[in-house]
Design a protein around this ligand. Structure first.
Ligand code: NAP
Ligand code: SF4
Length: 667
């Protein structure tokens, strides 16, 4: 008897029966654009082998003007169909099912030919869309239908019509972007005409035996968004038009509310899917910040949905379902919702991967195949780089001993998890703590090792991490280090944080939160970010009502630019907004003169000023701890250096884990 009876129950859609209730949601990986279709096929086949019930591909453009960016992949030619057939064949051979998402970006298309309901430019794009005329709208519908027919020809089990997140179909639904007064605009009955027409014509063209998913926006989170009554009207009309499943989308891309970042509470929006489920007859899928089988199971058991969509968790672990089904849930590599190797890559034009699984999207190029020549390896330092290196090396058949002077695994991850909104790091540390010994690594903690201790190994990997940089400010002895603060040192009510990098921001969030995390209290989190009820306010936007800060904090840097520029591409704005909401004063262009009993003396714009603070916290960056490596090399012992001990600048867990995995794969 499984512990996940709801999650693993089959779902009869009429057209087909899915083997379980888990959907791998659509993700743009960038793989299709590489032209390496073996690699694309292997990405999906790996996940099919891992047991997921149904997968949805990344968004495919129905035409050039609807592509998310110029050159976005789509089914335009016979060759494209052949390429996609490689994917569907391999998925089917692996016992999986796959639907192709049709994504028309409308005014979110990053190019001058973009089109929409009205010529209303999006705040996140430099391109104003062209308003479509009647023929133009008909062309878009015809192109979407053609894409669906080609998807069927390419062997897909179905299509997902993307109607949420503020893309083309969503743009017709709200007066914010639809200013028309013809039969496609004006009253809601007219504004829903396009998506309903699209679904009806797709269904007519593909026939009854093909899955048609419609992704509906449940809460737009923009001004003048849809009301709940409107969402229900649309959902029923889409059902009537022949959709098999309703998948749910949360928030437009331009919304100023985080919807999938790590600080969003788990399943924060699933109650809306539960509400929708009461009023439609077809199965509904819930999504956003669901990353464990327990959360998925609870949502289904509570009647919130018929299926659970997880996207990024399948980058972190393609075997998510197989592990859950075979009683090995603790082995599931957790998605920590950091976006660092997935969405941040996508938005920088890089191939998607995953912080905890560097093989994601690199299945054909990064192999952890068994070694033909097992070695005795010592890994020194049990932070992310060292743990990953030790695990992969052991998995490949090397005999690995992992040393750390601390009494627990995790290194700096143990600091990150103290930060409110970063609770997912607990799961990451737990996973490493479970997996490192399970994979056969001999763990020796509480022991600082030196060259003499390492002489008997064939090779030594030095992953000794970083130490805080000393900024050399006069009076600095009065200041606190960030490690002490995150470990619970007493801090006064007025604090200056020196350094506004990743750690400075984390420490500022820690200090204003005062030991409390809204991420663990969904109601409070919704109040803080102004997430209301779409039944009460259109689009579900309310006035943000953050809790008062626990302290007054100044966050400082020397560079004369906006603090936080180096933070994650898709998450930096969230950190800045969270601190602004707590009244943190973020100052750039500062030089630090001295720290006295009165506070911190700085010079800004040529003027000296006193920040009358009780405490100063140093977050001035890191320096590599590579002394052991240098001593090993001097002693003629084969050694490698990875993670922060290699390069401390711009170090993060993504680079550390990636470097650890790649070194282990090459040994
Ligand atoms: P960092 O991002 O390199 O930031 C160091 C900060 O210290 C900068 O604001 C820098 O700004 C300042 N600084 C540098 N030298 C200084 C000096 N001599 N005196 C005074 N200030 C100085 O390093 P970090 O904050 O220690 O973070 C380490 C890494 O961990 C980061 O690179 C980051 O990627 C990662 N991390 C990431 C996250 C995340 O959310 N993704 C969170 C935590 C940590 P000025 O030079 O302008 O003063
Ligand atoms: Fe999840 Fe981060 Fe991996 Fe993206 S990079 S899949 S958010 S763990």
């Amino acid at each position: 008897m499984t512990v996940y009876p709801h999650l693993l129950a089959p779902l009869d859609l009429g057209q087909v029966t899915l083997k379980n209730r888990v959907l791998m949601g659509s993700m743009h990986t960038g793989l299709e654009e590489t032209g390496d279709w073996n690699r694309v096929a292997e990405f999906y086949a790996t996940r099919a082998r891992g047991g997921v019930g149904l997968m949805v591909t990344g968004g495919m453009a129905p035409n050039r003007e609807g592509g998310v960016f110029p050159g976005a992949a789509g089914l335009f030619t016979a060759r494209d169909i052949e390429n996609h057939r490689q994917v569907t064949d391999r998925v089917h051979q692996a016992g999986g099912r796959i639907a192709m998402q049709i994504l028309h970006a409308g005014r979110y298309a990053y190019g001058p030919d973009c089109v929409s309901a009205s010529a209303v430019k999006s705040p996140i794009s430099p391109f104003a869309p062209k308003e479509l005329d009647e023929d133009g709208i008909e062309k878009q519908i015809a192109d979407i239908v053609t894409a669906a027919v080609r998807a069927k020809e390419a062997g897909y089990d179905g299509v997902e019509v993307m109607g949420s997140e503020g893309y083309f179909l969503n743009q017709f639904l709200v007066t914010h972007t639809n200013r028309r007064n013809d039969r496609w605009g004006g009253p809601y009955e007219n504004r829903i005409r396009l998506p309903v027409e699209v679904v009806a014509r797709v269904r007519a063209a593909v026939g009854p035996d093909f899955i048609v998913i419609y992704r509906i926006s449940l809460i737009d989170l923009i001004p003048n968004g849809q009301t709940w009554d409107e969402v229900v009207t649309l959902a029923r009309a889409i059902e009537g038009a022949g959709a098999s499943l309703l998948n749910t989308g949360i928030g437009w891309h331009e919304a100023r509310v985080p919807t999938i970042a790590t600080s969003v509470p788990r399943a924060a929006f699933a109650h809306l899917t539960g509400r929708l489920r009461q009023v439609v007859g077809i199965p509904v899928i819930t999504s956003n910040r669901i990353n464990t089988p327990e959360v998925g199971e609870a949502l289904l058991a509570d009647g919130m949905a018929d299926m659970v969509s997880m996207a990024r968790p399948f980058l972190a672990d393609p075997d998510f379902v197989a592990k859950a089904a075979s009683g090995r849930a603790r082995e599931i590599a957790p998605c920590i919702a950091c976006n660092q190797a997935c969405l941040d890559h996508t938005f920088s034009g890089k191939l998607t991967s995953c912080l905890v699984n560097p093989r994601a999207c690199h299945e054909t190029v990064l192999s952890y195949a068994p070694t033909g020549a097992p070695k005795r390896l010592a890994v020194v330092g049990a932070g992310p780089a060292g743990m990953m290196c030790a695990m992969v090396a052991a998995q490949r058949g090397h005999k690995v001993v992992l040393f750390d002077k601390a009494g627990a695994l995790g290194g700096q991850l143990n600091l990150a998890r103290q930060v409110p909104g970063k609770e997912e790091f607990h799961g990451l540390v737990d996973w490493f703590t479970h997996e490192v010994p399970r994979l056969g690594v001999d763990v020796r903690l509480g022991r600082a090792v030196e060259v003499a201790d390492l002489a008997g190994f064939d090779s030594v990997v030095v992953a000794t991490g970083v130490s805080p940089r000393d900024p050399g400010i006069p009076g600095q002895a009065r200041a606190l280090g960030y490690i002490d603060v995150l470990k619970g040192a007493k801090v006064g009510p007025r604090v200056a944080v020196i350094g506004a990098g990743g750690i400075g921001f984390d420490v500022a969030e820690f200090l204003v939160a005062g030991g409390h995390s809204a991420t663990l209290h969904p109601e409070e989190w919704r109040r803080e970010w102004g997430v209301g009820d779409p039944a009460l306010t259109p689009g579900g936007l309310a006035v943000p009502a953050p809790e008062p800060p626990a302290r007054q904090v100044w966050l400082l840097q020397r560079k004369a630019e906006k603090p936080g520029r180096g933070l994650g591409k898709t998450t930096g704005w969230i950190h800045r907004a969270a601190l602004q909401a707590k009244g943190v004063k973020m100052l750039g262009g500062v030089s630090y003169d001295r720290i006295t009993d009165e506070g911190l003396w700085i010079t800004r714009d040529g003027k000296a000023e006193l920040l009358a603070v009780d405490d100063v916290v140093l977050c001035a960056g890191q320096l590599p701890e590579r002394g052991l490596y240098d001593r090993l090399i001097a002693a003629g012992i084969e050694a490698h250096v990875i993670g922060g001990a290699d390069v401390a600048a711009e170090l993060d867990a993504k680079r550390a884990i990636d470097q650890g995995a790649r070194l282990a794969a090459s040994l």
